[in-house]
Design a protein around this ligand. Structure first.
Ligand code: GLU
Length: 304
């Protein structure tokens, strides 16, 4: 593939069956890339080895195939890439950007840390210049963040901005148990795979500036972002993994992939009438401008 080819990705966490929200994000990622004749990469995000498994990864591949969402190659799963992540960790360390953090969970969630409206807290820099670090405990590692505004021109959400210094604080990049965090792994993996387009759920919008900062440190170009709306039940509740009847294990027994894609595409504003349609047919007329940018309501009855 030449440099101009758009590259997209599926980045599922193999911790259970795909639920509707996962299917929707995967569908839009695939439509956007395939409608431009781009390349698609699959990557299993299995950093959390307690919650994920190779069996679920296999089922995910089979679910993508059932949906008609193909990909060109698969990157090594994150659980096998810690030596790659080590290199980027060392790079930051050499630049003097990392420091060990000994704060306990209760310290972090305590009164000292200002909390934001989304429940996250701003790390106040407690361990930035520790004179006398505790010797009996392994630290996590944080990267210093600059006081600077990051702006995302999101394909769905429009203009979004965040200052990591005031909205997040220095970020953990490696946990005390040695496991690298999502933000580092995803930045390295997307960067090394040459990903030019990141399409995922709206709940990850605030991760984009975090990843843009790491992309800059690691020398990767920023991808284009598209954070798709959340799927809601008709009563206004957000659909989640708890809606077991709407995961693919259940849906695959009841309806065809075309029916499912038709329901999602119609609810999202991509087609005018509710009708079964394949991903491939949809790709022929895919247009980001048609995608709703607010919560998308799914009528359960259409999925029975
Ligand atoms: N692995 C994440 C998930 O399954 C997605 C991360 C991403 O797309 O950046 O929710």
């Amino acid at each position: 593939m030449d440099k101009m080819t758009p590259v997209g990705r599926f980045a599922p966490t193999p911790s259970g069956r795909m639920h509707l929200g996962n299917v929707f994000a995967a569908l839009i990622a695939w439509l956007s890339i395939r409608s431009k004749k781009g390349e698609m990469v699959l990557r299993m995000e299995d950093l959390d080895t307690q919650r994920t498994s190779a069996e679920f990864a296999d089922i995910l591949r089979s679910d993508l195939a059932w949906l008609g969402l193909d990909y060109d190659w698969e990157q090594h799963p994150q659980s096998q890439r810690s030596e790659v992540y080590d290199r980027y960790f060392d790079l930051m360390k050499e630049k003097g950007l990392l420091y060990p953090c000994y704060c306990t969970r209760s310290q972090l969630h305590g009164v000292n840390a200002p909390h934001l409206s989304d429940g996250t807290y701003v790390y106040p820099g407690t361990c930035r210049n520790l004179a006398d670090p505790p010797k009996n405990r392994l630290p996590s590692w944080r990267v210093r963040v600059p006081d600077r505004l990051w702006t995302v021109e999101d394909l769905v959400q429009g203009h979004y901005e965040l200052n990591l210094a005031t909205d997040c604080g220095d970020m953990v990049v490696r946990r005390a148990d040695g496991v690298y965090v999502y933000q580092l792994a995803v930045t390295v993996d997307d960067g090394e795979a040459g990903v030019t387009e990141v399409v995922r759920g709206m709940d990850l919008l605030s991760s984009a500036p975090r990843q843009m900062y790491l992309q800059e440190l690691f020398g990767f170009a920023h991808p284009v972002y598209g954070h798709v709306p959340m799927l809601m039940a008709e009563d206004g509740r957000r659909l989640s993994k708890r809606d077991r009847d709407l995961d693919l294990g259940q849906l695959r027994k009841r309806i065809t992939p075309e029916q499912l894609i038709g329901v999602l595409a119609h609810a999202a504003g991509l087609i005018d009438t509710l009708t079964p349609i394949s991903a491939e047919e949809l790709a022929r007329e895919f247009d980001w401008k048609r995608l709703r940018n607010e919560n998308i309501y799914i009528n359960h009855e259409n999925l029975y």
